[in-house]
Design a binder for this molecule. Sequence first.
Ligand code: ZN
Ligand code: ZN
Ligand code: ZN
Length: 174
Amino acid sequence: MTTTGVPRTFGRCAWHEAFAENVRLIQVDEQGSGAGGVRYACPPCRDRYGLVPLADRVHLAAPAFDPIAAGTSMLALPRTSRLTDGQRDGEACPWCGIELTTRNRVDLGVRPGPYGIPIHPWGCRSCVSRQAREAYAQHPRSCRRCARDPYSCGVRKLWRRLALETRPAGGEHT
Ligand SMILES: [Zn+2]
Ligand SMILES: [Zn+2]
Ligand SMILES: [Zn+2]
């Protein structure tokens, strides 16, 4: 009743299965339960289970980044036989060739390479962002699910999220 200025969100915590204060939206990986989607979690449960609210995920440090979950392992690369060794090993961006630092690079996942040797490329942030936006724009043309209902397509959602998360922080286009 005297909660002036304190934002409160009441909701059902899916982890301890009861109503709680200050619940936050958590992303649930779709592989696990089959259900997937989002649930709410209260602060004690977030601590206990190490849950990261969806809105905070964007600010996570690089080690927590999962190229498969984020979709970057699905981004189409230039022909791998034309890449330099540095581009295959994450030292240079496979698209623009810029030298990568631990601050600007995005994990593109381990991929099949020439002669059966796996490669592990990383991309610069602005190229990954551009590739994600392109994939997001191009995708519906070749997707049957999107033709029926674009809002139910998981791939489209993945590209959309990646494009948003890799958006230049300074606002390149605004
Ligand atoms: Zn809880
Ligand atoms: Zn680049
Ligand atoms: Zn689709």
